[in-house]
Design a protein around this ligand. Structure first.
Ligand code: HEM
Length: 398
């Protein structure tokens, strides 16, 4: 018998491998039961279907694809639940599976490698962090000890607004400043930002800039998107014009190919893969720069707190930094707090409590101003319950 040549053997192997990979793919496809959803476009996925109010776009799409559907944001699959029953499935029935946030670059570069509570994956560290926030940092007793800060800052805010009466006021700026001063004084202590104290070691505006930067990625991504969109429209118009004037047109680049694919004349092709890459790389670089600033600031605050504690035998914890540093020394703590975890836990209330609270108050003021009948009703209730001789206090809230 003639031995088969190496070429025949290689061909036989190749054919077997191809067959195997096809079979595996087929099995995978059968196993994967993906939710229904619109067909994604190359590169942009389904981004063309998501408008400036995403919740409304999701609602419209769910009418067509059902209470659970899959969309693609660029190349990321996103599953959208749109009914109380589906929400229960994700949040309760399979709550633990979906409890962690996706591990994005923001958590890695701006939150000490997921070492704060916001970005930590669900598990023993996250549960311990939650216990620390509930029982130690923001327990009703601890919140009472910060009462004087909230009273001082509220009076300072009202005085500033009163001094501006009759003039146009950008309330957003005042509220953001008020919340940041409040939360950072509770978290880090009086020394650093109290507006009433002239020996502030860190300028409030500087800190504000850092934290707004931390929160502002979404806003700035939108700005960047608008700029990119303008640029893309220009590129696309240019390509279309070139194509229109040429009967034997041959696609030469990505834009040509995508435009050719897009039979729908209304489809907006907004992102080329290069732009997506540029966008992501630019942000990681800025996140790293922001991290360096934040870390320097945290080191300064922590060293200062440690020095204060070292010189005082009867030391009593006064702010979040004091409490977290005390816990970091506790040998019985379930998950040891490293110095990065200390910084992450200190950062969370400032990053999470500032913008959220001020935007909520701004929204409430806006709604009241828009609907004078409710403003009248609220004023009447304040006059009746509180009167005009004193300020509203926290204990007035039922
Ligand atoms: C009106 C004000 C606020 C709003 C609307 C708000 C909203 C939210 C939302 C929607 C989440 C995500 C919840 C989730 O994914 O399950 C969250 C998480 C969080 N918020 Fe707030 N928040 C507010 C005030 C605050 C304040 C004052 C603080 C701290 C002082 C704070 C600290 C946090 C932290 C640490 C997390 C992460 C919790 C976790 O990972 O489980 N927030 N907040």
């Amino acid at each position: 018998m003639v031995a088969p040549s190496w070429a025949v053997l290689a061909l036989a192997w190749l054919a077997t491998l191809t067959l195997l990979s096809k079979l595996i793919n087929l099995c995978h496809r059968r196993q994967k039961k993906l939710p229904p959803g619109p067909k994604p476009w190359p590169i942009i996925g389904n981004l063309n279907l998501v408008g400036s109010s995403p919740h409304q776009s999701f609602h419209m799409l769910s009418k067509k694809y059902g209470e659970i559907m899959q969309l693609k944001f660029v190349s990321f699959p996103v599953v959208v639940a749109s009914s109380p029953e589906m929400a229960k499935q994700f949040l309760k029935t399979h709550g633990k599976t979906f409890a962690s946030r996706p591990a994005t670059a923001v958590g890695k570069y701006t939150s000490y490698n997921f070492c704060d509570m916001t970005w930590a994956p669900y598990g023993p560290y996250w549960r311990q962090a939650r216990k620390i926030y509930l029982n130690e940092l923001f327990s009703p007793k601890q919140l009472d000890t910060y009462d004087y800060i909230r009273v001082e800052e509220l009076r300072a805010l009202i005085s500033r607004l009163y001094a501006l009466s009759g003039k146009e006021v950008a309330i957003r700026e005042h509220l953001a400043r008020f919340m940041l001063t409040n939360v950072s004084r509770m978290a880090l202590g009086d020394k650093y930002f109290s507006e009433s104290k002239s020996d502030s070691s860190v300028k409030l505006d500087e800190l504000r800039e850092i934290f707004l930067d931390l929160q502002g990625y979404v806003k700035r991504m939108k700005d960047l998107y608008r700029k990119l969109d303008k640029f893309h429209n220009y590129v696309i118009d240019d390509h279309k014009a070139r194509r229109a004037g040429d009967k034997d047109f041959v696609a030469k680049d990505v834009v040509d190919v995508v435009l050719k694919l897009a039979d729908d004349p209304n489809l907006e092709v907004k992102l080329t893969s290069d732009c997506v890459k540029g966008l992501i790389q630019g942000y990681v670089k800025r996140m790293k720069a922001l991290y360096r600033k934040l870390d320097k600031f945290h080191n300064y605050v922590i060293d200062d707190h440690k020095a204060r504690r070292a010189g005082d035998k009867d030391f009593v914890a006064k702010d979040v930094v004091d409490v977290v540093l005390k816990l970091a020394d506790d040998p019985n703590l379930e998950v040891k707090l490293t110095s990065d975890c200390v910084k992450g836990l200190i950062q969370d209330p400032i990053a999470g409590g500032t913008d959220t609270s001020s935007v909520t108050v701004e929204w409430a003021i806006f709604e009241l101003v828009k609907q004078p009948q409710f403003l009248r009703k609220a004023t009447e209730e304040l006059d009746r319950v509180i009167g005009r001789d004193r300020w509203v206090e926290e204990k007035d809230i039922p």
